[in-house]
Design a protein around this ligand. Structure first.
Ligand SMILES: Nc1nc2c(c(=O)[nH]1)N(C=O)[C@@H](CNc1ccc(C(=O)N[C@@H](CCC(=O)O)C(=O)O)cc1)CN2
Ligand SMILES: Nc1ncnc2c1ncn2[C@@H]1O[C@H](COP(=O)(O)OP(=O)(O)OP(=O)(O)O)[C@@H](O)[C@H]1O
Length: 203
């Protein structure tokens, strides 16, 4: 069971922590659905244009990626598709890693990957690198379903990025990425939510 034994990360049995009220949990579920539906309703052209602006924002924030490992993600459910940008990072001497779900309620693992290298279906059918050394990224780029002005991110509800960031020994630069329409007044953060250093949008 999660949280027992020598797991060094703070952990709880499945289910929200006490301070995440039933109202907030239900609100999160409804907002995730609204925001994902809104994102999927966007045309492919609009998504591409907005993603280009997000990529420019990442370039400005990160500067020269040379010698650094950037964790990205294999996009699904209308997330910004930054795979072209990943080629730019590599051309500039950086490296790319992708997240791998090991198990529910466990931190993610990051594996090095470059465009063209083989992928395989992992947990929930998500494509993950078949090979690739396990690494700790210098920069974690995580897709948001929603975000707020305090840089908190609302994800798909697995708590994966929060657990992963809490367990990392090096503190990476934490960048959320999403479309401007994903902005919320507050995500009603709970004590285990870790804010991003910045949220990069197309605003
Ligand atoms: N592109 C991308 N990759 C990513 C993430 C992400 O946000 N985006 N993750 C960021 O965390 C991790 C995957 N997180 C996920 C969390 C929940 C579900 C999901 O479909 N959950 C089901 C419920 C499944 C269950 O409880 O058994 C659902 O929402 O219907 C999928 C991925 C790692 N890879
Ligand atoms: N560091 C942690 N240790 C233990 N449980 C955690 C941790 N972080 C989050 N959780 C739990 O994970 C569950 C989902 O959290 P939350 O709603 O914040 O997910 P999310 O940020 O939307 O998802 P994701 O990070 O996967 O994109 C909650 O029940 C929360 O208590």
């Amino acid at each position: 069971m999660a949280g027992e034994g020598s797991n060094p990360t703070p952990d709880r049995p499945d289910g929200p922590p006490p301070e995440l009220s039933r109202e907030v949990s239900q609100w999160r579920v409804a907002e995730r659905k609204r925001l994902i539906d809104q994102r999927l309703a966007m045309s492919a052209d609009e998504r591409t244009a907005r993603t280009r602006t997000i990529a420019e924002g990442l370039d400005r924030l990160i500067g020269a990626p040379q010698g650094r490992i950037v964790s990205l993600y294999w996009p699904f459910r209308g997330e910004p598709d930054l795979r072209q940008w990943s080629e730019k990072v590599i051309a500039a001497g950086g490296r790319i890693a992708l997240p791998v779900v090991i198990a529910k309620a466990q931190p993610l693992e990051f594996r090095l990957w470059a465009p063209g290298e083989p992928l395989e279906r992992g947990v929930w059918n998500i494509l993950v690198p078949s090979g690739g050394r396990v690494v700790e990224p210098d920069i974690v780029v995580s897709p948001v379903v929603g975000f707020d002005s305090a840089n908190y991110r609302l994800g798909y509800g697995g708590g994966f990025y929060d657990r992963t960031l809490a367990a990392m020994r090096k503190r990476p630069l934490k960048l959320g990425v999403g479309y401007a329409g994903a902005r919320l007044a507050t995500i009603h953060p709970h004590s285990l939510d870790i804010p991003m250093d910045a949220i990069v949008t197309d605003e």
